[in-house]
Design a protein around this ligand. Structure first.
Ligand SMILES: [Zn+2]
Length: 245
């Protein structure tokens, strides 16, 4: 009986901790780059959350000399050495930044975001950010200056912590591929609609999804319109929610 009570109590506590009433209000910060005279500049950011590499996108970037900021996790780095080698062979195109060690959302209370369990505590947020940076350091890349958490949603207290670690937080202004779940046509339409100062987010880790084809089409359309692409390190990023200032 005592064992049952103990067990029941543990369930009750875990239910309480996961209840929406206890969930922190999360923010999804935006990011723009400073507008410049001319035909316009956009920043392309691509997340490599886990899984493999979409070589349709990687090849198109290299062939068309389109610079991009790639947010990589420790998990992705471990299984995509060939892609990392290609990126490192083109330092003029690719800037690698921190997408966390294990791809857990930078939210310091226990809750689920799009079905993914959050880091859940300040210590776990810290570990996610620091292990992501450590995994990048092993590749020989310059130390990351930008962080983007899994799901791109944050608790305000996590934002403050990450800023204290010295990282800027990369929001976005155009959700290009809807988490890589959109069709090719809609993805291409969204990306091709980018204007001067926009920061696009899409994914480079889902080679089997139709969205990847749309990413390439959208980028080529932007290039044809005369827009130029910059990496986050080459532009003045202006984010809200205290993510860059
Ligand atoms: Zn991700």
């Amino acid at each position: 009986m005592r064992l049952f009570q103990k067990h029941f109590c543990a369930i009750a506590i875990s239910l309480w901790a996961a209840s929406p009433g206890n969930a922190q209000l999360l923010v999804e910060p935006t990011l723009h780059i400073k507008a410049e005279a001319g035909s316009g500049r956009v920043a392309l950011t691509l997340d490599a959350c886990g899984g493999r590499t979409d070589t349709r996108i990687l090849s198109a970037l290299v062939e068309n000399k389109i610079p991009a900021t790639i947010f990589v996790t420790g998990i992705w780095l471990k299984h995509n050495a060939a892609a990392v080698e290609i990126m490192r062979a083109h330092p003029e195109l690719f800037e690698l930044e921190n997408h966390g060690g294990r791809h857990v959302p930078a939210v310091d209370t226990p809750q689920r975001i799009y079905g993914i369990r959050s880091a859940g505590s300040p210590e776990a947020v810290l570990a996610e950010v620091e292990s992501g940076a450590a995994a990048l350091a092993v590749t020989g890349e310059p130390a990351p200056k930008w962080f983007r958490g899994a799901t791109a949603e944050y608790s305000p207290s996590a934002i403050a912590m990450i800023r204290k670690l010295g990282f800027k937080i990369a929001g976005f202004s155009i959700n290009g591929d809807g988490g890589s779940l959109l069709g090719a046509k809609e993805t291409a339409r969204r990306i091709a609609a980018a204007k001067d100062g926009d920061v696009i987010i899409a994914h480079i880790n889902q080679p089997t999804h139709a969205a990847g084809e749309g990413v390439v089409q959208g980028l080529l359309a932007l290039k044809a319109k005369g827009l130029t692409f910059v990496r986050l390190d080459d532009a003045d990023g202006i984010g809200d929610e205290g993510t860059t200032d």
